[in-house]
Write a protein that binds this ligand. Sequence first.
Ligand SMILES: *Cc1c(COP(=O)(O)O)cnc(C)c1O
Length: 395
Amino acid sequence: MGKGKTLRFQSKRTSHIPPYMFAELNVKKARLKETGMDLIDLGIGEPGFSPPPHIIERLGEEIRKSENSMYPSYIGCREFREAVSRYYKERYDVELDPDTEVIALIGSKEGVANLILSQLDPGDLALVPDPCYPVYRMATLLADGECYSLPLKPENAFLPDYPEIEESVRERARLLVVNYPNNPTTATADRGFYERTVAFAKRHKTIVVHDFAYNEISFNGYEPVSILQVEGAKDVAVELGSLSKTFCIPGWRIGYAVGNRDAIHALKTVKSNTDSGQYSAVQRTAAYALNGPRAFLEENLKIYRKRQQVVVSGLREIGMEVAEPRATFFVWAPLPEEHSNSARFAEKVLEDTGVVVAPGAAFGSCGEGYIRLSLSAPTERLQEAIARMRTSLKR
Ligand SMILES: *Cc1c(COP(=O)(O)O)cnc(C)c1O
């Protein structure tokens, strides 16, 4: 019995997944914390604020309703899907059918992973930006798909260069991932970019997945564009939204996918057989949040902007040529001249100063030469972080 078979505790598929990108840094972080070092963590991608009180209040009310404790709907409750549809109409003048073109997600991370799984067969090719949010790449590997990197270069304003992609790759590609405002580069895209993206996808019969997690985190009058604002985008595109960053509720796990109904249907097939949806109290509160008061957001953005100025001007004084981001709560900074290895740089900064930054290479090989700093700490802490980095780098 079982001849020639060995007991193993991992599928080949999972064994191909590299260790979590921040694993090593986290070990070092924990060790330094134990020594009593005062860490300033600018490595994480968390919003730097508490959720607005009106949302907490509402969640409290929803929790008390016993009907919210039943199994939720697979595609999300009607109120939530209608709220997303109304939000798109108001924010982007995009019409969405709440029954077929909207699905609730347990956070957009789950959504992007399951969407990729619902679209790719083994050996299928996905075009994935480099650097990027690591989930696109890992989800493709978990679907037994193959990734082709689209380098995001400063000379192209960190946008993928479609004409540069080889013909044979374009012909094979089944799926293209784009993400603007971009994590980690903070780059933004205009309508023209999305028009080119939709045209590329139609020409090469490729699905486009647009990760729109930072759609509300923008500054100085810059308004992020939804890919669905492009005429005919729904023929090829799905857009993923998240309440994590906008409403400072990453722990609540609520987001949505909107757009092409066939792709939404395939995503529903995966999800209805893997999860049973987000807690209805969270969904109903999220519905309220999406169409509710926005004053808190204006306040948060003002504070992010102030923090951004502290970090950008501070890094420039240390000799890092940082551009002023128009969106996201990150700063993407090229390493000072005499450094080239982002992991080593991040490690040195951490050991010398207790400041945690994310090495660019953790987001892909094209992220090498950069670090990502998050604006999730208060201004005084950011000033302190910059001051410590200045001292460390002088040495
Ligand atoms: C934070 C983030 C997400 C995940 O958001 P959740 O809705 O909390 O899962 C997705 N994409 C990018 C680029 C992010 O930075």
